[in-house]
Ligand binder design. Sequence first.
Ligand code: HEC
Length: 137
Amino acid sequence: MIRHVFVALVALAFSAGLAVAQPKVEKAPIKPTPASDAQGMFFNYCAVCHGGTGVGDGPAASALTKAPADLTRISARNGGQFPEVKVKRYIEGLDEVAAHGTRDMPMWGDLFRSLNRDTAQIRIQALADYLKSIQKP
Ligand code: HEC
């Protein structure tokens, strides 16, 4: 059975007679990007919400109820320390499951495991390392 895995994408829904395009988050199959390509994963999986530079200005941002976090200031928000474990848990979606919470951000752990069980943690680690590398003071 093919598991249906999804990642948020943006579609611009034009309604007749209206000049404004209403951004809408749609789901699409997750793109298989190599686990070794952290930047490629960021662009394919995260930039739609967090923006290409990670500041939170992706095309889907305005369609979300909660603004995507500025991922270049995670350290700045944590007293200058990059909270690697917390970031990895957040990306994976572990804390959310425990809290029965809902969030706009997909649970990447399940999505990555559906691509390949063996490389899911490698992907999460690579993304955390990538985020660490783009921190601004
Ligand atoms: C559908 C939109 C969406 C996508 C795609 C998305 N995020 Fe997010 N992300 C959010 C939103 C919204 C928040 C803020 C949630 C909140 O504050 O409750 C967030 C928060 C975060 C945080 C927490 C930052 C902090 O300081 O607490 C991290 C880390 C993060 N995202 C990483 C990622 C990574 C890595 C990817 C790609 C694998 C990704 N996000 C893809 C919407 C998204």
